[in-house]
Design a protein around this ligand. Structure first.
Ligand code: ATP
Ligand code: MG
Length: 270
């Protein structure tokens, strides 16, 4: 973990090209009718990075996440995770390989408690074998206890410790956004994709979210972040990918992106 962080601090742009990527996207394309939502897109994410994907509404950010996480099949191109081709694998297989995500629209069960939401997330995404569950009944009880303890720990980790047994419907919106991150972390991912985690948050909640994302990354989890909050993106990201009409407009460090004339003209200048 420390090594990853240290690597990140010491890595220049040239080193970055040579290190083995955790996630690699190559020539990825997806069209809906005549709309090229993602268009021949290639980029790499190194282990331990906080990697942001930005771009105007409709630029293809969520479609990119849906392609990477197996919700959509690509028309062309590939995705590899830890060097292994994973494009087209279903989300639960990807979860077992260490990929997890949150959604642009909250995917929380409002009539369940925070704890139940996090425990459910783990069961759904890892899809336990029902027969194994039946045959291993005594050890299952122990594993349920462990699962519950881990879920509680995660809820505290994301700063929702006051809400462990609260109904989700009774939680403030900012806490629900962090609860969704807890649920995504329950599958113990090596890479976590967050689709607009700061959307709808006030500045206090956004500051808490920023600290949480930093804590997640410090724990050795690679974070991919789709976000419109430029202050957050510029402050937290190691690298930024700018999408425009499904294509790569620019990619680089926050400073490189801020100073890029194409980005200023097409996006930030607006
Ligand atoms: N399931 C779908 N069916 C048809 N068109 C789609 C579908 N999903 C996305 N699109 C289209 O693909 C393009 C990219 O959409 P996408 O949701 O990926 O953008 P986005 O960058 O996430 O935008 P936003 O910032 O508003 O969330 C848009 O033109 C959108 O209308
Ligand atoms: Mg989107």
């Amino acid at each position: 973990m420390n090594q990853t962080l240290q690597q990140r601090d010491e890595m220049s742009s040239e080193d970055a090209v040579q290190a083995a990527p955790l996630l690699a996207v190559r020539g990825l394309s997806k069209a809906f009718g005549g709309v090229h939502a993602v268009d021949e897109l290639s980029f790499q994410i190194l282990p331990g990075q906080i990697y942001a994907v930005i771009g105007p509404n409709g630029a293809g950010k969520t479609t990119l996440f849906n392609l990477i996480t197996g919700l959509y099949q690509p028309d062309q191109g590939g995705v590899s995770l830890k060097g292994e081709a994973v494009q087209g694998l279903p989300p639960e297989r990807l979860a077992r390989l260490g990929m997890s995500r949150t959604f642009q629209n909250l995917q929380i069960c409002m009539n369940m408690t925070a704890l139940e939401n996090v425990m459910l997330g783990r069961h759904l995404h890892l899809k336990r074998n029902f027969l194994a569950v039946l045959l291993r009944w005594p050890s299952l009880r122990a594993s349920e206890r462990t699962c519950r303890a881990q879920a509680e720990e995660l809820i505290r980790f994301v700063g929702c410790g006051d809400y462990v047994n609260a109904e989700a419907a009774a939680m403030p919106y900012g806490a629900l956004k962090r609860l969704e991150i807890a649920r995504a972390l329950a599958t113990q991912p090596s890479i976590l994709l967050l689709d607009e985690p700061a959307a709808g948050l006030n500045s206090t909640e956004t500051a808490a979210l920023e600290q949480l994302i930093r804590k997640v990354a410090a724990g050795g989890i690679t974070v991919v972040l789709v976000e419109h909050d430029m202050k957050l993106v510029m402050s937290i990201s190691d690298r930024i990918l700018v999408l425009d009409y499904g294509r790569k407009l620019a990619e680089g460090t926050p400073r490189e992106i801020r100073d890029n004339p194409d980005v200023i003209a097409a996006y930030l200048g607006g």
